[in-house]
Design a protein around this ligand. Structure first.
Ligand code: F6R
Length: 263
């Protein structure tokens, strides 16, 4: 896993947005896997700004979101479809038919989760998957003990995840306990994975993901087996890593080789 220690959350967002915009420059029909939550908001803002300045177009891009709460209608203020509309889709020129979410309403969910996987395959697979990380190590809504080769399916959320996301719900408002989510196997099929972690409350999770053992009890640790994962961390999220000097040195050496055009 490549670890990028940034000076602050804004630098992490700048770098991730730059990676996406560069990839879009090389491949206008990029296939993106997208995350919700607080973490990617800065990246989405930068993508919207690039489109507003006429520097990028998402007209041929296809997107697949990681997850969606079960039984929240698309228009519900807390649905991830609303989140994505407000934070990204309304600010870029992506055709509405090019965005997809795992099935979260109606019946036949198992078959439709399989169809979601098929749709990703038909699009040619995900080129870049954006990720955040939950304090319990979840990626997407793959909670601890998720199968390490799981595919898109319905998951029950842990008490800790519900507690972490309670901030989005008013007192007394009911919070969904089920969600449809890409599996860990689905995420690992992406060609590249860009993960961001921001803030001290993610420090334990980041340490377990980067320096801990691979375990279904900490799903993000499975990213260690993927060949092209970059984790962009702010100083607080990186504070418990034991090899910070090495990660910095690694980045310096890589930048040097790039400057010399040897990479
Ligand atoms: C969101 C998702 C989750 C979040 C994670 C971190 O689509 O799949 O895994 O990335 O819960 O959430 P934030 O960014 O709000 O700290």
């Amino acid at each position: 896993m490549k670890i990028v220690l940034t000076a602050h959350a804004d630098e992490a967002a700048d770098l991730v947005a730059r990676e996406i915009l560069d990839a879009l420059g090389d491949k206008p029909d990029l296939v993106l896997g997208l995350a919700t939550g607080s973490t990617p908001i800065g990246v989405y803002q930068r993508l919207c700004d690039a489109v507003a300045r006429g520097e990028a177009s998402f007209a041929r891009v296809r997107t697949f979101n990681l997850d969606e709460y079960l039984d929240l209608p698309a228009e519900h203020p807390r649905s991830y479809r609303t989140f994505m509309r407000e934070h990204l889709f309304e600010g870029i020129d992506i055709p509405p038919g090019n965005v997809a979410f795992p099935p979260s309403e109606g019946g036949d969910l198992e078959a439709r989760c399989g169809a979601y996987e098929e749709r990703i395959r038909e699009a040619g697979g995900i080129d870049i998957q954006l990720l955040g990380i939950g304090r319990n190590g979840h990626i997407g809504f793959n909670e601890p003990t998720s199968s390490l080769r799981s595919r898109t399916r319905i998951k029950t959320l842990t008490a800790r995840t519900l507690e972490d996301n309670a901030r989005f719900y008013a007192d007394g408002e009911s919070q969904p306990v089920l969600a449809a989510t890409m599996g860990i196997g689905t995420i690992l099929d992406a060609r590249r994975i860009l993960l961001q972690a921001i803030g001290a409350k993610k420090a334990d999770a980041v340490r377990a993901m980067v320096e801990g053992p691979v375990s279904s009890f900490f799903p993000a640790s499975m990213l260690q087996v993927h060949p092209l994962v970059t984790a962009f961390l702010d100083p607080e999220a990186a504070s418990l890593l034991t090899m910070r000097d090495y990660y910095d040195e690694t980045r310096r050496q890589e930048l040097r080789l790039r400057e010399e055009r040897r990479l």
